[in-house]
Design a protein around this ligand. Structure first.
Ligand SMILES: [Zn+2]
Length: 738
C-alpha cells in the first residue's frame, strides 16, 4: 500500500486538528451520563439547516471521516439483549448486551454517513449516524421519516461538532423493524390495513416500489412480507422471482441465486428463469456454470443470435479464467469507457499457490517452473475505489485516525464502505476477507446472528489498511509516460494517486526490494508477472516501494505500518556494509553524477574513471546483491552517450549497468564476437531497464545489426513484465526511442 498525501488547504487541516482534539478530549468523559445541551426544537432546527446545506452544496470541499476506537460488532440475537432508553446511556461507552428502539422523526441527509434525528419511546431525541451505507440508495430509503430501528449494543459518542450522538459503526448492528414487529413499542404500533394484505397484493406493491427504484424496500416490506402470507404455489414462484430480480438489482447476488434455484427445483424451469439464473451466475463470476446453463438453450434455439452472443461472452471469460489468455486491447478499451473502471473480465490464477512463508506469515509460491515475463496471475479486484482527481466534481476524502494521529487522502474511506456493503450483501465473502492478514486484530468468529450476516467494520478496516494497493488507471499510461520523460529515478508516478483496491490472491504476495515479480494494473485488474526465471516452489516477491541506493532508512519506516523489517539481500547488505564504505559510495555517486552532467563528446575519461572507482566499492557479487547506486550511474552514462551518438559506449555501459543489477548476459560486447545475445540470468527489474534495452537495440542497429532484434526481444519481455502485456509494445517502443 502506498497512498501518498496530496495538497490540502491549510484552513481545512486546522479544522480537522480541532475536531481531532475534541474527539480525544471527549474520551476523558467516558462513562458520564448523557445530558441534553439542546432542546428538541433546537436539535431539529439545526438538523434541518445542515440538511439544506448538504442538498444545496453536495460537491464542495474535502470530506473527512474519523476512525473511531475499535469495538466488536454484536454477535448476540435481540432475544439475548435487554432494552435501554436514551436517558440511561453513558458517554463514550459501548453498551454491551443492550439495544435501543428508535424512531426517525425528520428526513435524513448524507455527507459521508447518513444522519437523522431519532426519538425513543420516552420522547427523548438524539442524532443518529449510520456509517457505511450503500451509496446507490436514497437517504429516505436508508433512514426515512417514521422508520423504526432497533440498534444493538449502541455506542454513544461525543461528535466532532461537539454534540452527542449515536453512531452505528457496524452495519449489522441495526435493523429496520415493522409496526407489527414484537420489538416495536406498543404505543407506536398501528395496525395499518396492509397488515392484512394477501400475498398477491404484496407482490403488486413490491413491483410498484421496484419501478420507483426502491428495490430494498420492495425486498423487505413487500416480497418477503408476501412470502409469509401463505401464498399459493404460483404466488410463491412469482414473489420469489420478483424478489430475485430486486436482489439482483441491489447486488445481493447470493440471495438472488437462492431464490431462482428454489423456484427452479419446484417444476421444470422455463427458459426465462434459466436466462435470469445465467445473468446472476455471470455477475458472480461463475463462468463455467453460466455456460452450462446457457448451452442447452442455445442448442434448442440455434438461430437465436442474442443467445449465441451471451454464450460466447461466457466462453471468452472461461478462456481468461482457465488459460490466462486475455485480449488486452479490449481491457484498455473498457478502461476508457467505464467509470469506475470495473472491467468485464475474469480472474486467472496461474502457477502460484498461497503457502506458509515462515516468519513472513503466508506468501505466494510458484507451483511450477516459470520464465521471466510469464503471467502468474491476472486478478479482478474484490473492491475498487476509483478516485478521479481530474473530474470536475472531485472531492478529496481525508481518513483521520485520531488515536494514531494519522491522516490519509484517497479512496480508502470509499473502499471501506464498498467492501462492507459487498460483504453484507454476499456473506460467503466474509471468511475470504477474515482470512487475509489482519495483524493483531481479533475477529469475532460469528458470521450470522438473527438470520443476518455479522460484518465487522473494524476488521475490514484493518484488513484494508494492511492489504490494499494504490493503483493507477493503467500502468501503461502512468508509468510509461514517466519512463519516456526520463524522470522515473524519483518514481513520482504514484504520488498523485487516490484510487485503491483489494485483490485477494495478490494481497498474499510479500515485499522484497529484490523483487522477482512485478505488478501492474489495467482498471480493476492487477497483473503479476515473473521478472526472473523462477524454479518451482519459489516465493514470489513484489516491491511495496522502489528501493534506492540511499533511501534505506526511509524505506524501512514505510514498512513499520506493516510490522516488518525488510531482510532482502539489498537491505541485509546495506546493514552489513560499514559506514565508511557508504560514505565513500555516496561521495563517488555524487561526483560521478556531476561529472556525467559536465561530460562532453571528447572529455569522457574523468567520468569513466570515477565510475570505475565506484564499482570498486562493491565487493559482493551483483548476482547476489544488486548494486543500485552503480547501476544508476552506469545507466546515466549510457544515456549521456546516446546524446553524443556513441553506440559502442552506450553498449558498454548499458551492459555494465544491467550486470550491476544482477543480469548475466552472454554476447553483445562490441566488437562483436558472436551473433547471439543471451540473458542467461535476469537481474533486478527496474523501470529504466526497459529504456536500457531500447538504447542497446538502437545502438546495435548501428554497430552490430544482427543483435538489434535480439535486444528488442528482451525489451519486449521487459515491457511485458512492467506493463503487464506486450500487445501495445510496438507502438510504445517507437515512442520510447524518440
Ligand atoms: Zn529490502
Amino acid at each position: 500500500m502506498d497512498l501518498k498525501d496530496m495538497s490540502v488547504p491549510l484552513s481545512f487541516i486546522q479544522g480537522v486538528m480541532e475536531r481531532m482534539e475534541m474527539i480525544l478530549a471527549a474520551q476523558a468523559q467516558k462513562g458520564q451520563p448523557l445530558t441534553w445541551t439542546e432542546s428538541r426544537e433546537g436539535l431539529l432546527m439545526r438538523h434541518i439547516f445542515s440538511r439544506l446545506n448538504a442538498i444545496s452544496k453536495p460537491n464542495v470541499g474535502f470530506r473527512t471521516a474519523f476512525v473511531p476506537q475499535a469495538y466488536p460488532p454484536c454477535t448476540l440475537p435481540f432475544s439475548a439483549l435487554t432494552k435501554i432508553m436514551l436517558k440511561d446511556l453513558r458517554l463514550e461507552t459501548h453498551h454491551k448486551g443492550k439495544y435501543l428502539i428508535l424512531r426517525c422523526i425528520v428526513p435524513s441527509y448524507r455527507l459521508i454517513n447518513v444522519m437523522s434525528i431519532v426519538e425513543d419511546e420516552c420522547g427523548d431525541v438524539i442524532m443518529l449516524t449510520l456509517r457505511h451505507q450503500d451509496e446507490s440508495r436514497s437517504w429516505d430509503e436508508i433512514l426515512g421519516c417514521g422508520m423504526i430501528l432497533a440498534v444493538k449494543e449502541p455506542y454513544l459518542r461525543r461528535m466532532s461538532d461537539g454534540t452527542n450522538g449515536i453512531i452505528v459503526d457496524h452495519v449489522s448492528n441495526y435493523k429496520h423493524i415493522s409496526m407489527k414487529d414484537n420489538l416495536t413499542p406498543d404505543r407506536w404500533q398501528e395496525r395499518p390495513p396492509e397488515c392484512y394484505e394477501k400475498a398477491t397484493t404484496c407482490n403488486i406493491t413490491g413491483k410498484e416500489l421496484a419501478k420507483e427504484n426502491m428495490h430494498f424496500s420492495a425486498i423487505s416490506s413487500s416480497y418477503t412480507e408476501g412470502l409469509s402470507r401463505c401464498p399459493t404455489e404460483e404466488e410463491l414462484c412469482t414473489l420469489k422471482l420478483n424478489r430475485s430480480e430486486a436482489y439482483f438489482m441491489t447486488d445481493h447476488l447470493e440471495s438472488a441465486l437462492l431464490d431462482i434455484e428454489s423456484v427452479e427445483k419446484m417444476s421444470k424451469p422455463e427458459d426465462n428463469l434459466l436466462l435470469d439464473k445465467a445473468r446472476v451466475l455471470y455477475e458472480m463470476q461463475k463462468f463455467r456454470e453460466y455456460c452450462d446453463t446457457l448451452k442447452p438453450l442455445a442448442v434448442k434455439d440455434p438461430k437465436n443470435e442474442e443467445l449465441r452472443k451471451k454464450l460466447q461472452r461466457g466462453i471468452d471469460r472461461l478462456i481468461e479464467q482457465e488459460r490466462g489468455r486475455y485480449k488486452f486491447s479490449k481491457l484498455y478499451d473498457e478502461v476508457t469507457m467505464l467509470r469506475p473502471p470495473v472491467l468485464d473480465h475474469a480472474t486467472y490464477i496461474g502457477p502460484v499457490a498461497v503457502k506458509s512463508a515462515d516468519h513472513r506469515g503466508r506468501g505466494l509460491f510458484t507451483t511450477k517452473e516459470v520464465k521471466a515475463g510469464d503471467l502468474l496471475l491476472c486478478e479482478k479486484a474484490l473492491g475498487l475505489a476509483f478516485v478521479d482527481t481530474s473530474a470536475p466534481n472531485y472531492r478529496g476524502t481525508l481518513l483521520v485516525n485520531a488515536q494514531q494521529g494519522t491522516a490519509t487522502i484517497g479512496g480508502q474511506v470509499d473502499l471501506l464502505t464498498i467492501m462492507i456493503q459487498k460483504l453484507q450483501k454476499n456473506p460467503s465473502l466474509i471468511p475470504v476477507i477474515s482470512e487475509l492478514h489482519h495483524g493483531s486484530y481479533e475477529p469475532v468468529g460469528v458470521s450470522f446472528v438473527d438470520d443476518a450476516p455479522v460484518v465487522d467494520t473494524f476488521l475490514i478496516e484493518k484488513v484494508l489498511s494492511l492489504n490494499i494497493f494504490a493503483c493507477p488507471l493503467t500502468t501503461r499510461d502512468c508509468w510509461f509516460g514517466s519512463i519516456t520523460k526520463n524522470d522515473v529515478r524519483i518514481n513520482k508516478s504514484n504520488a498523485k494517486l487516490g484510487s485503491c483496491g483489494l485483490w485477494k490472491v495478490a494481497s498474499y504476495i510479500n515485499h522484497s526490494c529484490n523483487i522477482n515479480a512485478q505488478r501492474s494494473f489495467i482498471g480493476d485488474m492487477i497483473i503479476v508477472r515473473a521478472s526472473r526465471d523462477l524454479a518451482p516452489d519459489t516465493e514470489v516477491f513484489t516491491g511495496y516501494d522502489m528501493p534506492s541506493a540511499d533511501g534505506y532508512d526511509e524505506l524501512q519506516k514505510k514498512f513499520q505500518h506493516y510490522g516488518f523489517e525488510c531482510d532482502c539481500a539489498i537491505c541485509q547488505d546495506y546493514r552489513d556494509t560499514d559506514k565508511e564504505t557508504h560514505i565513500k559510495r555516496n561521495r563517488l555517486i555524487a561526483a560521478a553524477s556531476e561529472e556525467i552532467e559536465r561530460l562532453t563528446r571528447s572529455k569522457t575519461a574523468k567520468a569513466e574513471a570515477i565510475v570505475e572507482r565506484l564499482a570498486a566499492c562493491y565487493t559482493k557479487p551483483a548476482l547476489e546483491v544488486p548494486r543500485l547506486g552503480l547501476w544508476d550511474i552506469q545507466f546515466q552514462l549510457a544515456e549521456k552517450y546516446s546524446i553524443y551518438f556513441k553506440p559502442e559506449k552506450i553498449v558498454e555501459f548499458g551492459l555494465k549497468s544491467l550486470e550491476s543489477l544482477g543480469y548475466v548476459i552472454q554476447g553483445g560486447e562490441i566488437p562483436c564476437e558472436s551473433v547471439t545475445l543471451k540473458v542467461i540470468q535476469w537481474g533486478l527489474m527496474m523501470p529504466l531497464v526497459l529504456r536500457c534495452w531500447a538504447l542497446l537495440s538502437l545502438s546495435y542497429h548501428l554497430v552490430a545489426p544482427e543483435l538489434e532484434g535480439q535486444a528488442k526481444a528482451y525489451a519486449k519481455i521487459t515491457y511485458r513484465v512492467c506493463i503487464g502485456e506486450d500487445e501495445t509494445f510496438d507502438k510504445a517502443y517507437r515512442e520510447l526511442l524518440l
